[in-house]
Design a protein around this ligand. Sequence first.
Ligand code: AR6
Length: 170
Amino acid sequence: MSSIKYHSGDITKLKVDAIVNAANTSLLGGGGVDGAIHRAAGPGLLDECRTLHGCRTGEAKITGGYNLPAAHVIHTVGPIYGGRTSDPEDLRNCYWNSLEVAKANDLHSIAFPGISTGVYGYPKKDAARIALTTVMEWLEKNAGYEMDITIVNFNEADYLVYQTVAAELT
Ligand code: AR6
């Protein structure tokens, strides 16, 4: 049975098949969760990222996890929030395409940070609604495939945002 779980804490500590990185189009590292993942994974991750030649907004690419407890990292690039009509679709694509990449690699557990909700400025409640509706839709469409999804909140406030949105959706 597939599942959606919530976890408060540092995504780099999770032992899952893949953690998702909220990267930028260069895929060459940055601050926030991207910086934390590269620090914890070690230099092998950046070496592999260099071979990927970047990633477009909404798309996702996979690498190894190197020194992380997670076996893989799926790098996706969220929209830089600007109130554009394309922002929700771009953010949705990040979650959807990360799950597609995980399935294509026969992975069965994945952890997501709040893509675009830090430096990229996406309003947290809107982003949480998109994240949850997208992963739910994906699970429904892929009902025959087991996927354990962990939604990671870096702090208590973000956790409460997700709980509020989850309650609204049920
Ligand atoms: N574990 C889980 N969540 C985390 C962690 C962590 N270790 N660290 C931060 N967060 P951000 P973005 C949360 O800014 O908005 C980078 O420089 C954080 O609280 O990391 O997509 C990239 O290279 C927030 O809720 O990503 C890009 O240039 C969420 O992760 C740019 O930032 C995302 O915040 C991407 O911006």
